[in-house]
Every structure is written in structure tokens, then in C-alpha cells.
Design a protein around this ligand. Sequence first.
Ligand code: NAP
Length: 162
Amino acid sequence: MVVGIVAVDRNLAIGKGGKLPWHYSADMKFFKEMTIGNAVVMGRRTWLTLKKPLPDRQNIVLSRDQNLANESLIVMSDVESVLDFARQQEGHLFVMGGAKVYESFLPHIQRWIVTEVPLAVEGADTFMPSNFLDGFDLYELRQLDEGLRVKFYERKLQNRER
Ligand SMILES: NC(=O)c1ccc[n+]([C@@H]2O[C@H](COP(=O)([O-])OP(=O)(O)OC[C@H]3O[C@@H](n4cnc5c(N)ncnc54)[C@H](OP(=O)(O)O)[C@@H]3O)[C@@H](O)[C@H]2O)c1
């Protein structure tokens, strides 16, 4: 299954100046719990915000620059290659951003896991598209520490890819 995982503020902001505009350890822990043992795909700019590949997950970076690859990282240059690769793996493919990558995978995402951050970040420069949850139904709500709420969404049956 292809699952989008994102944290948004009240205005659907996700980034500022190339970074996450907040630090919530409850969300970091939750992200780890959800993704561990699976594959994660991220854009080149998001990769640059990590110091090293996320442990115990197959890290895939989407970029046209193949020079980024190393022994613990796969670099792929298009969405179809990532989907083909993920189909051959056990476990899920988690789409972990940023905005460009969420947009690129949007038609293929079957579930969204959305952490709602109780902030309205001033000067944010990266946002989710306002319609990213169109065609999805909420099926679970979870409260995390630090005032965070997570919503789980599933694509409506009639909108699923065959
Ligand atoms: N709040 C959250 O949950 C969350 C999660 C992740 C990231 N973020 C934030 O989002 C921001 C980064 O987002 P962004 O949109 O600027 O960058 P991004 O999506 O992380 O990376 C963009 C790059 O990925 C590659 N790429 C994206 N789509 C592609 C496609 N279809 N085919 C081939 N390559 C593709 C391109 O790399 P090349 O130019 O090398 O070809 C593109 O320049 C940062 O502020 C980050 O902190 C927030």
C-alpha cells in the first residue's frame, strides 16, 4: 500500500526555509512507529534536511541527480520506478514529502496519515495542496502528546486505482 504521511499546521503549511517549522518529539516517535520496517520515499530537498538515512527503513530519494546514491540509499528519478520497486518489496511505501513529492504521488496514495500541529506558522513557504484529501474518508483519530492530533484517511472505494 502507498501511504502519505505528513504533519500540517492550521493553514496546511509543512515547511519554512527548507526545514520543518517545528519540533515535536511526539510526532517524531509516531512517525518512526508508523514507518519502521517499511520503505520511505522523499524528495531531494527533504533528504537534505536529514543527517543520515532513516534507520531500519528502505530509504528512497526522488531526484534527477543520481550522484546522491550511496550504499544505504536508493535514488530514483521518476514516480513509476519507485512504485515498481515498492511492489516488489514486502511492507508499505510511505510517501514522506516534501510538497513536490506529495504532489507527484497524490494519484497513487491510498491512505493519508495527517498530524495536525496546533500552530499557524508565520512565514511558512511550503504547503500541502488544499484539495489533497478530496476523495478520502476519515477512519481513525488519535491523540498524541504535546497537543497533537492524528487523522487517518482512506481513499473512497469508487476513487481507488484498479
Ligand atoms: N511537515 C511535513 O510533514 C514535511 C515532510 C517532508 C518535508 N517537509 C518540508 O517540505 C520542504 C521541502 O519540500 P519541497 O517541495 O521544497 O521539496 P521535496 O519534495 O523534498 O524535493 C523536491 C525535489 O525532489 C525531486 N522530485 C520531486 N518530484 C519529482 C518527480 N516527480 N520526479 C523526479 N524528481 C522529483 C526533485 O529533485 P531534483 O531537483 O534533484 O531532480 C525536486 O527538486 C522542506 O521545508 C521540508 O522540511 C515537511
